[in-house]
Write a protein that binds this ligand. Structure first.
Ligand code: SD4
Length: 328
């Protein structure tokens, strides 16, 4: 879905937001069959937003026999390097001081996790997160330390602020109002889940975070259990949208745990959104979207508002899909 479509969708959603008719999760019967493998469903790649180039790259890695971990890293790199994506890597919109700061994490089928937060000057934050996972005794590096570690691993230092992003920041500074607009200003964070030909899962999430955030702000995307969670016995989930709300409900972990209890990926994503909305049913000014996959290679997705989409590459087809939403 392109930017204009988002603007249209947001305008439409502003005309009449009503609570969607989806069934409350506690009324959904448990299925208990989420852990059986179904070879017809994988390999597969699923990612937040319309990121067909990224899912195609990940699919290509899987087709060549690559691991789910390699696929997720290479797929996410595509968006990090694309200056047209204003929520990720090079070309990401800066914070209110004009600095582009990146958050990313990665998780493999063994439950290993690596993360970087508040990283400056390095395009491929997800690859640095993988190095943290593989080469250090830690799981999360922040700021200057993360940058120094990246440089020690051979990553190049680069100014991430493009002319377009600088211009957007200068325009924003005129009013300096922090009102992230649903689906427009802060979309395209890439959360990607991959399942290789053996049915093993990995996931990654990479972002420049919310545009014009406070300097030092870190969102959900690099935090295990919030922006991403992978449990190779059960499934995986990832999030996009207002990170503060995902963090408060440990959203991705919640989705995976709900699948462990027998819910389908779709039911689990819906329940995780309902947990957020239950505490603030009348608040309509923010977006959160989840995508999930279970061990059978079944997928689910759900968001608060229309305007969210995800991309799935499965059975040789790369499709952008619009999921159900809480508000219609
Ligand atoms: C954050 N969740 O930093 C991210 C933003 C996002 O699409 O998902 N944008 O809060």
């Amino acid at each position: 879905m392109n930017r204009r479509k988002f603007i249209q969708n947001t305008a439409l959603s502003g005309l009449g937001l009503t609570v969607g008719a989806s069934v409350l999760a506690n009324e959904i019967p448990l299925t208990n069959s989420n852990t059986e493998l179904n070879i017809n469903n994988y390999p597969l790649v699923i990612a937040t937003w319309d990121v067909k180039n990224a899912t195609a790259k990940a699919w290509d890695v899987l087709q060549k026999g690559g691991s789910a971990m390699d696929a997720v890293e290479k797929g996410c790199n595509v968006e990090e390097e694309d200056p047209a994506n204003s929520s990720v890597g090079y070309g990401g919109l800066p914070d209110r001081e004009g600095k582009v700061t990146l958050d990313a994490c990665i998780m493999d089928e063994k439950g290993n996790y690596g993360s970087v937060v508040f990283l400056h000057n390095i395009v491929n934050a997800i690859s640095v997160a993988r190095k943290v996972m593989e080469k250090t005794p830690h799981v999360l590096l922040a700021g200057k330390g993360a940058e120094e570690f990246a440089l020690s691993q051979g990553f190049k230092s680069q100014n991430l602020l493009t002319e377009n992003a600088k211009k957007a920041w200068e325009e924003w500074k005129v009013k300096s109002e922090y009102k992230p607009i649903i689906n427009i200003e802060n979309h395209d964070t890439i959360g990607m889940l991959t399942m290789d030909k053996n049915g093993n899962l990995s996931g990654g999430c990479t972002t420049s975070g919310l545009a014009f955030k406070m300097h030092g702000r870190v969102g959900d995307s690099p935090i295990i259990g919030s922006g991403l969670f992978v449990d190779n016995e059960i499934g995986a989930a990832t999030a996009t949208g207002l990170g503060e709300e995902v963090l408060k409900t440990v959203g991705s972990f919640l989705v995976v745990e709900l699948m462990r209890q027998g819910k389908t990926p779709q039911q689990a994503c819906e329940e995780a959104v309902h947990r957020i909305m239950k505490k603030q049913p009348d608040r309509k000014d923010f977006q959160v979207g989840y995508i999930a996959v279970n061990k059978k290679g079944e997928i689910g997705a759900y968001a608060i508002h229309p305007g969210f989409s995800y991309t799935v590459y499965q059975n040789g087809q790369n499709n952008n899909v619009i999921p159900k939403t809480y508000f219609s």
